[in-house]
Each structure stands twice: as C-alpha cells, then as structure tokens.
Design a protein around this ligand. Structure first.
Ligand SMILES: Nc1ncnc2c1ncn2[C@@H]1O[C@H](COP(=O)(O)OP(=O)(O)OP(=O)(O)O)[C@@H](O)[C@H]1O
Ligand SMILES: [Mg+2]
Length: 426
C-alpha cells in the first residue's frame, strides 16, 4: 500500500500542497507558493524561455527589470473558452501547460522531501469555476490535464470548501451545522455542511452537504477598489482632454478600468493604446498625471504598484490608518487610507454584494443565521476586518472559527482522501 498522498489547493493567488501519511493519518508537511509564473525574455528572438515559478518568479521578474512575461491569476484562465494558447518565445502554451508548472513545482518539492514519486492527489476545485456549465467542465478538464502533465495518475477532485470542512471536522465532538466561508483572491465560496463527528475523520456518511455557492468577489477585487479610488486619480482619472478648444472631455474610462485589474493592464501596452494615451497627454496640456499613466505602462510598474496596494490592505487588518506610498521613475504617490473610508467607501459596494449573496444563499437553503452552529472562515481575505465584521454582526463572534488561512484547504483535501479511501486503498 502506498504510504503518502498529496492534497493540493491550486489557488488564484497562492497554491499549497499537504503531504498526508496514510498510516498515521496525519499531515506531515506543507508547501505553499504564490501562484505565479515568469518567462524570461529570450536573449535570441524566438528562442525557448526558461520558466520560473512561485517566489522565484517574482525574484526573476524584478531581477530582469520587469522584462519578460509575468503571469498572475492563471487559475482564471481555466474556464476561459477563448484562451486557446499563448506564444512565449518559440513555444505555444495551453492553459493546462501553464497550470502544470505550478503543480510540477509543488510535486517536485514534496517528492524530493519524501524521496519518492507520489502519483495520487486530491485536488481542490472551487464550487463554481464558471456559472456556464460548459466552461465549468472545461476548467476541471484542464486542471485534470495539468495534473497528468505534472505526473499524477490517480487524481481525485474535491470542492475546496469541503477541504476546509475536513480540516475543521477533526476538532468537533458533536453534530454541527457548519458554514464554511472561503475568501480567496478571486472568489468567496460558501458551503453549508452538516457534520457529525465520530472522531475518526469525516466519512461520507458523516457529512451532508446542504448547499454550496460562490460569488466572484475576493480580495483582489478589494485591491482593484483601492486602485480605483486612491490610484487612478494619480493616473489621469478626472483629467480632461481638449481636442476641440472649449470642449473638454473626460479621458477614456477604459484606461482606468484596465489599470484596476492586474490581468487587464497589458491591454494598454499595445501600439494603438499607447498612441491614444500619448494623444490624451498632449491634449490634456501635458498633464503630469497622464504622464504617470504612460510611465506605469511603459515601465511595467503594475505589479509593484499592486504590491503596495495589497500591503496597504493587509496593513488595515491591524491598523486604523495606513499610508499607500509609491515612488518610481518620477511617479510620486502618497495617500492615506483609513479603515473607516476603506469600509464605508472603497470596498463598500463589493462588501454589500458579498453580504447580499450570503443572505440570499441562506434564504434559498431555508436556513436562518441563528441555525448555523459554526462559521469556519478561511482564505487570505478572511482577515479583512470589515468582512469579518459582517460575520460577527450576523452570527455572533463566538460562532466564528478559523484555522490556517492559507493551508487549511490543502490539509483538508488531503484528509478527505481518507473518506474516499475505504474503497480505494483496500
Ligand atoms: N494578511 C492578510 N490580510 C488580508 N488579506 C490578505 C492577507 N494575506 C493575503 N491576503 C489576500 O488574500 C487573497 C489570497 O487569498 P488565498 O491565498 O486564500 O486565495 P486563493 O486560494 O489563492 O484564491 P481563490 O481561493 O480565490 O482561488 C489575496 O487577495 C491577498 O491579497
Ligand atoms: Mg483558496
């Protein structure tokens, strides 16, 4: 019998692998990496480019002065039907190829640790990759292909929130109605699960899924919100361009929509868009803020700026006020953000959407807030104070539980193997 299996949580921002020892039924090791890829610009045009993964992708990207292809949020590519492949150097990469780099990296780290080649994995998937069933299936098929490319042969899929439930279940003594709320970078997922503990791990008979749902709003949307309200004014939002004297016009909204999202920022890095921005610069009376936009694009500063935004957001989980600071290539931005403004203005709309979704979700399942025994919150975004406040208000602070926000899904995915395994290991 095999001794180890892996639980893998492939996330939009971070990915984690947990090694489960099937004999002791314990997780013995964790590997966590940012879900990032970097392809260095080839020295000779058309030549193969080496890929860097995780933290190394960030280091290489910075080392190469932001030249090359830096890829973030590749999970979002999975359900995208119009993404066939992308050319990097002299090679074409399909979605599964890109994702496989993350899985290969994690598998290699864990295999090296064990000195074995493990071929069995429980891989998480969100409750919804996409509302369109065809795209949802496409996403899982691609993830399955990626896992095969990485060298896995026995692949089991499990819903990410069920992973979190499996982690939590090891702590309970009685039957409980648990709401698992997983707040990641791109999505917020909810699962309503009836758990009965027999102290032996969560078997299929001891879990009843009452409902699952999710909304495409996560921590990265909060970053975009900060960019919109505190960043874009420094890049020309509010500036006018005057093609016809006496008839000032707003700059195209698309400039600012594109810079609010990391994966859209390179849409502005085309000749057509660059010419358009140059025209805006000239007809705005050479406004410095439009110049900032040009620098942001030409110097590829999006990643570093969003890093500062994320830092400010994380700062607000501890401080009442933070300073968003960015100085580079002549851009000089300094903005104060208070927790109050963050909550009541900057992320207000997205927060209400999450709360509205949760209310409707429970209503549809005919469950009242007070019927829930425990809310298990996980994911990096679960640390955002105003979001936590919504849960405290609706459920009461005593019902809120949490574990390792970045690893509880991977750990639970690995544990969940024990409940499938009655059939498969024997
Ligand atoms: N200390 C923190 N406080 C608040 N937010 C944080 C903190 N650390 C990370 N985040 C945010 O958490 C998000 C990433 O969370 P997580 O790693 O759980 O997501 P993921 O699992 O990769 O994404 P998804 O589940 O949507 O696929 C990012 O938006 C990040 O900015
Ligand atoms: Mg996640």
């Amino acid at each position: 019998m095999q001794k180890y299996i892996y639980g893998i949580d492939f996330g939009t921002s971070n990915s984690a692998l947990a090694i489960l020892d099937l004999e002791t039924r314990e997780c013995i090791k964790l590997f966590t990496i940012p879900s990032l890829l970097f392809f260095q610009e080839p020295k000779v045009k058309g030549e193969f480019t080496q890929v860097s993964v995780g933290q190394e992708a960030i280091d290489k990207y910075v080392e190469n002065r932001m030249n090359g292809r830096f890829m973030k949020s590749i999970k979002k590519v999975l359900p995208n039907k119009s993404f066939i492949d992308t050319r990097i150097g002299n090679k074409m990469y399909k979605a599964e190829d890109l994702v496989s780099f993350i899985l290969i990296y994690l598998k290699k780290s864990a295999d090296e640790f064990l000195g074995e080649n493990i071929k069995t994995a429980v891989i998480g998937r969100p409750v919804v990759f996409d509302e369109n069933p065809e795209k949802d299936t496409l996403a899982q098929t691609r993830l399955d292909k990626a896992a095969k490319i990485a060298g896995f042969e026995n692949i089991h899929f499990q819903l990410e929130p069920m992973g979190a439930a499996h982690t939590y279940e090891r702590e309970i003594a009685n039957s409980e109605l648990v709401l698992v709320a997983d707040f990641g970078g791109g999505t917020s997922d909810f699962s309503l699960i009836k758990l009965k503990s027999d102290g032996l791990g969560l078997s299929n008979e001891n879990q009843e899924i009452i409902g699952q749902g999710g909304i495409y709003i996560g921590g990265d949307n909060f970053d975009s919100d900060i960019m919109w309200s505190k960043g874009t004014p420094h890049f020309g939002r509010g500036v006018k361009e005057e093609f016809t004297p006496g008839k000032p016009l707003d700059l195209p909204l698309s400039y600012f929509q594109n810079i609010c999202s990391w994966d859209k920022m390179n849409f502005l890095d085309t000749l057509r868009m660059k010419l358009s921005i140059e025209k805006s610069y000239q007809f705005s009376g050479k406004n410095q803020r439009v110049k900032n936009l040009q620098i942001l694009i030409s110097e590829n500063l999006g990643y570093s700026f969003f890093k500062e935004i994320e830092k400010a957001k994380i700062g607000l989980t501890k401080e009442e006020e933070v300073n968003l600071k960015f100085q580079s290539n002549g851009i000089n931005i300094e903005e104060n953000i208070s927790l109050e403004i963050f909550e009541n203005e900057i992320i207000k709309e997205n927060l209400s959407k999450i709360e509205g979704y949760l209310e409707q979700f429970l209503k549809d399942k005919k469950v009242d807030f007070k019927d829930i025994d425990v809310v298990f919150m996980t994911g990096g975004t679960s640390m955002v104070k105003p979001l936590k406040a919504i849960f405290e208000k609706n459920f009461g602070i005593e019902k809120l539980k949490s574990g390792d926000n970045f690893n509880s899904v991977a750990i639970g995915l690995a544990y969940s193997y024990l409940s499938l395994s009655t059939v498969e290991i024997a």
